[in-house]
Design a protein around this ligand. Sequence first.
Ligand code: 3PG
Ligand code: MG
Length: 399
Amino acid sequence: MSDFPGLGDVAGKRVLVRSDLNVPLDGSNITDDGRIRASVPTIRALAEAGARVVVTAHLGRPKGAPEAKYSLAPVAGRLGELLGAPVAFATDTVGESATTTVAGLADGQVALLENVRFNAGETSKDEAERLAFAQQLAALADAFVSDGFGVVHRKQASVYDVATLLPHAMGGLVSTEVEVLERLTESPVRPYAVVLGGSKVSDKLGVIDNLLGKADSLLIGGGMVFTFLAAQGHEVGKSLLEADQLETCRGYLARAEELGVKIVLPTDVVVDTTFPSGDVEPHPQVVAADAIPADSLGLDIGPESGKAFAAVLAEAHTVFWNGPMGVFEVAAFAEGTRAVAQALTGVDGLSVVGGGDSAAAVRALGFADSDFGHISTGGGASLEYLEGKTLPGLQILED
Ligand code: 3PG
Ligand code: MG
């Protein structure tokens, strides 16, 4: 009755759960609670099994010391609403408040510790310093459940080291995410299309490299596309350009041709000459991708490209998408991202939206989670998995 998979009877035990509650905030207002919702089932299952649940998580990238704007306090409130039960909030991670809060939990109750990255030991590259901090975390619990899929690619104290110190199990969110990623890597039903966006090519090198040998087509948009367009010899005006990646992009284009993988780039783009400039209204203009004027900044893929991308996705039986096609937060530059999201909803097969930004984008554009096969809570984590890398937070659970 009170068994939790991998840990046995947890009734009366203090169970430390690493969740990924790194949600976008506007002040103290949570603008997308997807990661909190995704974390609820494991926390609830433990509470229902009678555990005293101690949740640890990060928000943003504070530099190893408390910073009010990165407090998890707003997240504790939302987590309590979603659980339908109060969540006790500790104002530190392993100090006085944490100790008292955990000691005050009754069976089935839940506490959230303050941002784990307020402690330098969490992200330290010094193994001994990290382990020392993990020992402090471990002292708060009898067992550990790893459920923060978005951080399993991080070798950090609350993700990796703590699992070396406590009996541990994989949470339901992490195991679901891994199952989906296995379907994408082991034997994807073809045609397999991958859509990549977001600002930087340099963030996507490993995944492009690996996917060139696996996918049938690679559709590219977002800020990163301008480095590809420049690699083909086109002027990109004031658009984002990573000059040091031009050679790499040329190499990808050549390799794709050799391998018979289709790299689909936009043929038209939405540009603006004034954006971003405070209160000036956007002046979107559609231009050909090989004729971007010198004074213009590319901010989205154009309508013709949106249709072309959708046509490729309509044929695919497996689709992975990471990264918005443009500055979707501004309505004038959201249509490319919308076109891709819309096309994913019609995929006859498995459609996966990967990453915090892309997940927030589809929700902001009014799509429902159920419109897609799977919305991953991990951006970097899912990309590194698809790169074929060993993820420390998964590997440590296997030992
Ligand atoms: C994310 O937002 O991708 C995860 O929460 C991981 O955060 P990080 O990139 O700051 O480690
Ligand atoms: Mg182990």
